[in-house]
Design a protein. Structure first.
Length: 164
């Protein structure tokens, strides 16, 4: 089990049983009242479906974002899949509305990126967000992601392992 922490938040990995709970819209740990958020169940279903095809690699899944000062889950973040053959994996993240604006998403993305790029199988992390989601754009850019391309409604970003 990979637990990541920066002293303000903990990223607690979601196991297969907890993924089932999240897919049903229930948080397996104590959470703020407005969590799980709208995208949590869809993310958990992706993990559950990956388990069904034996495509789960510990560490490359969903993490619950736990606020250390009160021990409550405020959101989730994680990898959509393990790294592909090119060494890329996509991340996603989301917070309960009451937890937005406190820097938790940036902290979670930094922790995931640091851990992920230390893994030999991962050389690049991809993220995608809506063009109108300025908070998410700020998170990705503050965490060192570089804008790749964008259409009228979505923007893709990449964070590459530094060579050397």
């Amino acid at each position: 089990m990979v637990l990541l922490s920066d002293g303000v938040i903990d990223l607690v990995p979601v196991d297969p049983v907890q993924a089932q709970e999240l897919a049903a819209g229930r948080c397996p740990l104590p959470a703020v009242p407005d969590y799980p958020h709208a995208d949590t169940a869809a993310t958990a279903r992706m993990l559950r479906d990956g388990l069904g095809i034996d495509n789960w690699v510990p560490g490359f899944g969903i993490y619950l974002i736990v606020r250390r000062d009160d021990g409550l889950v405020v959101g989730d973040a994680g990898f959509h899949t393990p790294p592909d053959l090119r060494g890329s994996a996509e991340i996603g993240y989301g917070l309960a509305p009451s937890a937005r604006g406190f820097g938790f998403a940036s902290r979670a993305v930094r922790l995931l990126a640091q851990w992920g790029l230390e893994q030999p199988s991962l050389s690049a992390i991809i993220a995608e967000t809506d063009t109108g989601n300025l908070a998410s754009i700020r998170v990705l850019e503050a965490c060192g992601f570089v804008r790749l391309a964008g259409g009228t409604d979505r923007i893709r970003y990449r964070l590459q392992r530094k060579r050397g």
